[in-house]
Design a protein. Structure first.
Length: 115
């Protein structure tokens, strides 16, 4: 990751992110902030809290089985991020993927207590 970051930073003349995105309106900065919040939500809720809930409620007693349960939504997230990134890059659109992913998070959080 650091190698990719340093290579892109070295090859681009305007830095890692073009400054033109931040001129005119706060939409790009707000979108980046929203993506950061979404990543924080995913990390804290899915990777940290959910395994503890599964363990403490007694649904699974083995950490290996909890990890396998985690794969049921970590693998789709991993594979779905690639087309979303390609779409956002091709069409220069951050708003639609952001709305879509927040709606998916909402659907998961609404369904979670029902399971």
């Amino acid at each position: 990751m650091m190698l990719m970051y340093s290579a892109e930073w070295k090859w681009r003349s305007d830095g890692l992110v073009a400054h033109v995105f931040f001129k005119g309106s706060p939409n790009f900065a707000l979108s980046i902030f929203a993506f950061a919040v979404e990543g924080w939500l995913f990390y804290s809720a899915v990777n940290s809290v959910t395994p503890l809930i599964v363990l403490n409620l007694g649904w699974e007693s083995n950490s290996w089985r909890i990890a396998i349960r985690q794969l049921s939504y970590n693998l789709p997230v991993l594979f779905c991020s690639i087309p979303i990134t390609l779409y956002a890059t091709k069409y220069k659109d951050l708003k639609s993927p952001l709305i879509l992913t927040f709606l998916i998070f909402l659907a998961v959080y609404v369904k979670q207590p029902l399971s």
